[in-house]
Write a protein that binds this ligand. Structure first.
Ligand SMILES: Cc1ncc(COP(=O)(O)OP(=O)(O)O)c(N)n1
Ligand SMILES: Cc1ncsc1CCOP(=O)(O)O
Length: 517
C-alpha cells in the first residue's frame, strides 16, 4: 500500500552545503527532530557505492522518526534500499517508465517549472510535483525562468480535482515562507501541500531549530487564512455601530501614538502625502534608499508602497522595505499598478481605483486612461472586491465616488467624500497615506499577548484601519468643501489640510455614511 506522505516540510539533502565540521547524518537527524516530514536524498555527484551507503544509513535514521525517504533520480538506489519513492526531473526517466520498474507502493515526484511540464506530469501519473525554482538559489544552476510566488497559483489550479500533491522549491527560507504560502494560493483556493528546502536547513549549524521554525509557520498557515485570524475582525460580525466605535477608538489613539509611517510614493505627490499624514496625527518618512530599509522597518508603524512614477532606485527600495517590514509583521499598504513586488512580500491592504484593481485581478471589465478609470467601474463592485480580497488574502480597498473595503468575507460600502477630490492630483494617494497611518495605529494597539504570531502576516485589524483612513479623509473633504472660503479645487486643498488637522471623532461619527454587506 502507498504510504501517506505529509509533504509539509520536505527536506532535500545537500551535503556540499553543510557548515564546516557538521556531520551529514547528525544534521539529518537534527532536522527530523525539528519537524521535517519527508526527506529526499539528492546526490548529483556521488558514485553508486557512496550514494548507496548514504541512502541506506539515511533510511535507517528516517525509519526511526517514521519519516518517508525519497531518492533523487536513481531508481536502482531506490529499489536497493526499499525507498518510499523517487523524484525525477524533466530529462530523467519518464514517470510512466519509472512506474513500471518500481513497486506499486512507490510514489513518484516530478520537477515542474511551467504549465506544459505540469500537464505532462499529470498525464503520466505523477503522485506529486516539485514546482520551482520559485526564487533564485545558490544550490542549483537554474536553466529555466523563476516561477515566482505569483506563478505558483495558476499551476496549483491545474491540480484541482486531482489527488496530485505539490511542493514549492527554490530559495525558500524562514523569512519568505509565509509570503510563498499565502501568495501561492490559487483563485480556486488550492494551496501548496508543502515547501521543499535545501540550504534553509542543511546550511545551518542548528538544523533542528531551522526545521522547527519552518514547521511552526507551516502549521500556523494550515490553520486557515490570515484574514480571519489577525488582519480583520469582521468575521466576528461587524455592524455599522461596531465599526463606528472602532474608528472613533483609532482616531482617539492616533495623535497620542503619532506613528511613523514610511511611505515610498510617486514624485508627484510626495510632499502632499507627507502633509496629509501630519495633519491626521501621524508622522511621515519618505525614504527610498535601500540601505535605510532594514533600520526603518524596526521603527516605522506601517509602510505604504505606492507605485507611480517608478524609478529603479525607488523600486529597489520598495523591494527591500517590504521584505523587512514583513519580517517585523507590520502592515504594508500597497497602491498597485505593477505586481512584481508581490512575489517578494505580502501586503496587508491593497488599495486602488477600479482600473488599477481590474489590472491586478486580470479583469477586462474596467480599463484605465493613465491613472484614471474609464467608464463607470464594476457592475458588481462588492462581489469584485470580496473575491479579490479572498484571492490576495488581504484587505482590498476599491476607491471611487463610493469606496468599498473587503476582507474577503465582509464588505463595507462608504459614501463620504466630495467631487473636489477628483479635481486635485493624488487624492487616491492621500487616501493611501491615511489608511497606512491608521494601519500603524491598529497594529501598534493590537492585543496579541499569549498568541503565536508565527503564521500572522501583520498584527491588528486592517479592515477597520482601512475604513478609518477613508472616513477621516473623506469627511474632512466634505467639511472643507462646505467652507465659505473654499471657492474651488485651488482653495479646497489648504482647507482640507486644516479640516484634517482639527477633525474630531465626534464629527466623523456625525457624518459617517456606511453600509455593511
Ligand atoms: C521536491 C523537488 N522538486 C524539485 C527538485 C529538483 O530536482 P533536481 O534533481 O535538482 O533537478 P531536475 O532533475 O529537476 O533538473 C527536487 N530535487 N525536489
Ligand atoms: C533542487 C532545486 N530545484 C529547484 S531549485 C532547487 C534548489 C533548492 O535549494 P534551496 O532551498 O537551497 O534554494
Amino acid at each position: 500500500m502507498t504510504r501517506t506522505i505529509d509533504y509539509s516540510l520536505y527536506l532535500v539533502t545537500g551535503r556540499e552545503l553543510l557548515p564546516q565540521g557538521k556531520d551529514y547524518f547528525e544534521s539529518l537527524e537534527e532536522s527530523l527532530q525539528g519537524g521535517v516530514t519527508v526527506v529526499q536524498i539528492r546526490e548529483k555527484k556521488a558514485e553508486t557505492a557512496e550514494f548507496l551507503d548514504i541512502a541506506l544509513k539515511s533510511k535507517a535514521i528516517c525509519d526511526r522518526y517514521n519519516v518517508p525517504l525519497i531518492i533523487n533520480d536513481r531508481i536502482d538506489i531506490a529499489l536497493a534500499i526499499d525507498a518510499d519513492g523517487i523524484h525525477v526531473g524533466q530529462t530523467d526517466m519518464p514517470v510512466s517508465m519509472a512506474r513500471k520498474l518500481l513497486p506499486q507502493k512507490c510514489i513518484i515526484g516530478v520537477s515542474c517549472n511551467n504549465k506544459e511540464e505540469l500537464q505532462k506530469a499529470l498525464e503520466n501519473g505523477a503522485d506529486y510535483v516539485g514546482i520551482g525554482a520559485i526564487y533564485a538559489t545558490q544550490t542549483k544552476d537554474l536553466t529555466k525562468p523563476l516561477v515566482g510566488v505569483r506563478g505558483i497559483g495558476p499551476l496549483l489550479q491545474m491540480l484541482d480535482g486531482t489527488s496530485v500533491k505539490a511542493v514549492a522549491i527554490g530559495g525558500i527560507n524562514s523569512k519568505n515562507v509565509l509570503r510563498v504560502l499565502h501568495g501561492s494560493v490559487s483563485g480556486t483556493g488550492h494551496s501548496l501541500d508543502g515547501i521543499a528546502v535545501v540550504s534553509a536547513i542543511v546550511a545551518l549549524n542548528q538544523p533542528r531549530q531551522a526545521a522547527s521554525e519552518l514547521s511552526e509557520i507551516l502549521s500556523e498557515f494550515k490553520k486557515g487564512p490570515s484574514i480571519f485570524h489577525g488582519m480583520s475582525s469582521a468575521a466576528n460580525g461587524h455592524t455599522t455601530d461596531s465599526i463606528t466605535s472602532g474608528v472613533v477608538s483609532l482616531m482617539n489613539q492616533i495623535r497620542t501614538l503619532n506613528p511613523l509611517v514610511h511611505q515610498i510614493t510617486n514624485s508627484v505627490v510626495t510632499a502632499q502625502s507627507a502633509n496629509i499624514t501630519i495633519s491626521i496625527g501621524a508622522s511621515p518618512i519618505m525614504a527610498t534608499a535601500v540601505d535605510e530599509m532594514s533600520d526603518l522597518a524596526t521603527i516605522c508603524g506601517a509602510l505604504l508602497v505606492n507605485i507611480g512614477t517608478l524609478t529603479p532606485p525607488a523600486c529597489a527600495g520598495m523591494l527591500a522595505a517590504g521584505c523587512h517590514v514583513n519580517t517585523w509583521k507590520k502592515p504594508i499598504v500597497f497602491d498597485p499598478v505593477g505586481v512584481d513586488l508581490l512575489n517578494k512580500w505580502q501586503p496587508s491592504v491593497i488599495k486602488g481605483n477600479a482600473g488599477e484593481l481590474a489590472a491586478l485581478a486580470g479583469s477586462i471589465e474596467v480599463t484605465s486612461k493613465g491613472v484614471d478609470t474609464v467608464g463607470n467601474g464594476f457592475e458588481d463592485p462588492v462581489g469584485f472586491v470580496t473575491a479579490l480580497a479572498r484571492r490576495e488574502r488581504c484587505i482590498v480597498v476599491l476607491t471611487g465616488k463610493t469606496d468599498y473595503v473587503s476582507d474577503g468575507h465582509t464588505c463595507a460600502v462608504l459614501d463620504n467624500g466630495h467631487e473636489f477630490l477628483g479635481k486635485m492630483t493624488g487624492s487616491g494617494c492621500a487616501t493611501g497615506s491615511c489608511i497606512a497611518s491608521f494601519c500603524a495605529v491598529a497594529s501598534a494597539s493590537a492585543q496579541t499577548e499569549g498568541q503565536s504570531l508565527r503564521g500572522v502576516l501583520a498584527k491588528g485589524d486592517m479592515f477597520l484601519a482601512s475604513i478609518a483612513g477613508i472616513l477621516v479623509f473623506n469627511v474632512a473633504a466634505e467639511l472643507a468643501a462646505a467652507r465659505d472660503d473654499v471657492k474651488g479645487p485651488g482653495t479646497f486643498f489648504p482647507a482640507l489640510i486644516d479640516e484634517l488637522t482639527s477633525l474630531t471623532p465626534e464629527v466623523v461619527q456625525e457624518h459617517i455614511k456606511i453600509k455593511i454587506v
